[in-house]
Design a protein around this ligand. Structure first.
Ligand SMILES: [Fe+2]
Length: 409
């Protein structure tokens, strides 16, 4: 839980001690920017950056007190300063704990300098609004997700299930990742109270964005839909078009992120009738159909699908038991997918194409640490596209590459 400066620095130091290559960018060692004493008091979750599109990113953070929220940003050393605020209906962000803003017109080929600003609200009467104290800021940097060499590099973490030691084990391997870190679902076991949510979700996201200067892309897993706070999750993150699914084209590569929802039927007794994933997945599938018919998809030089519950693994092998996912996976069968990145199985593997899934699938492991030989142990999946060579590697907790595949695109 990132509640104070000492804790923030302690966690940074832990990661640094475990990883000599921490945050090495172009030969310079970077670490999370040191927050001021005032920032340590003001921010109870430091900002994370979510990639949203080819020229936009979202930034979200949480304050310990009711406050305002805005972002200033620059890509030329603050010679030009832009302002991003949340509040397109005329009411700017104020008197709230959760803060977010969308930065539009960002050049992903350049580093992004940004500052989040919040000012404590002292009173918020109908005709009497007052501040308590000065505005507090925290400044940070996102490295260019699209470096000059044209190489795309991204990583996937999945099925962490609140096991924070997984991050200490794997984050140092993000040092050479430039484009994004995908969280492919089940980041949490459940969403039950805010402090747990900060510790197990927002803090790791902030570590990736602050220590490794990377944007994230969050893909929801079935466990991320559970608990009394699950319906408020969207308040703490920035979503493309306000959906848990979305797509982006980067260097001619189309990435599609799919929300596969719960892993049980809606009438399962524990849901007590408050879920409608049948309707939701059906609507999302219609969006996927439009996506694969789009020019963006058809003209892409590679098409990457990321979804928590993957398509059928192999003939007579694991397959999703949910009828509602059949239509979705049927769409992918004829869509010329280059690679699917999956999770959920708690079993890392590479699966070659077969007639039921005519494209390759890589699946990350489970939340466990201890015996790296076990396929249910945690992994980090790293992909790199250089020219026409797409490599997909799965690293175990010792850093050993246990899957090493290459696809010509
Ligand atoms: Fe799952």
């Amino acid at each position: 839980m990132m509640t104070n400066r000492r804790e923030f620095l302690r966690l940074s130091a832990v990661a640094a001690a475990a990883a000599p290559a921490l945050g090495v960018r172009g030969g310079a060692v970077s670490a999370a920017p040191e927050p001021s004493a005032a920032a340590s008091v003001m921010f109870s979750a430091f900002p994370h950056v979510q990639l949203l599109g080819g020229d936009s990113v979202g930034i979200a953070w949480v304050t310990a007190v009711r406050a305002t929220g805005r972002v200033t940003w620059s890509q030329d050393g603050w010679a030009t300063e832009h302002v991003a605020v949340h509040g397109e209906d005329g009411l700017l962000d104020a008197n709230s704990f959760n803060h977010k803003a969308v930065l539009r017109g960002v050049d992903l080929r350049k580093p992004l300098q940004y500052r989040v600003h919040s000012r404590r609200i002292g009173k918020f009467d109908v005709y009497g609004i007052g501040y308590a104290g000065d505005e507090v800021s925290y400044e940070s940097v996102m490295d260019a997700p699209l470096p000059d060499d044209g190489v795309l590099s991204w990583a996937m973490l999945n099925d962490i299930h609140d096991n924070l030691k997984v991050y200490d084990c794997f984050l140092s391997h993000l040092a050479d990742v430039r484009t994004m870190c995908i969280f492919n679902g089940d980041v949490m076991e459940d969403l039950t109270y805010e402090e747990k949510f900060k510790r197990d979700f927002l803090h790791p996201f902030a570590r990736v964005s602050q220590e490794y200067r990377l944007p994230v892309w969050f893909v929801r897993g079935n466990h991320d839909t559970r608990g009394s706070l699950a319906r408020q999750l969207r308040d703490y993150v920035v979503l493309q078009n306000n959906h848990y699914y979305g797509a982006v084209t980067l260097e001619g590569v189309r990435f599609v992120f799919v929300d596969t929802g719960e892993d049980k039927v809606d009438c399962t007794p524990v849901y007590q009738g408050v879920n409608d994933f049948d309707g939701y997945i059906a609507r999302e599938t219609e969006w996927v159909k439009r996506e694969v018919a789009s020019r963006e998809w058809k003209t892409a030089r590679a098409r990457i699908v990321v979804q928590h519950i993957p398509a059928p693994l192999c003939k007579d092998g694991w397959e999703p038991k949910l009828k509602r996912l059949d239509a979705l996976n049927e769409v992918w069968k004829t869509a010329n997918v280059t690679l699917m990145m999956g999770a959920h199985l708690h079993w890392w593997c590479w699966s070659d194409p077969w007639e039921g899934r005519p494209y390759p699938l890589v699946v990350g492991g489970g939340p466990y640490l201890g015996n790296p030989a076990k396929h249910n142990n945690a992994t980090l999946t790293k992909c790199r596209l250089e020219g026409r060579r797409l490599s997909a590697k799965v690293l175990d907790q010792t850093g050993k590459t246990v899957v090493d595949k290459e696809i010509r695109v």
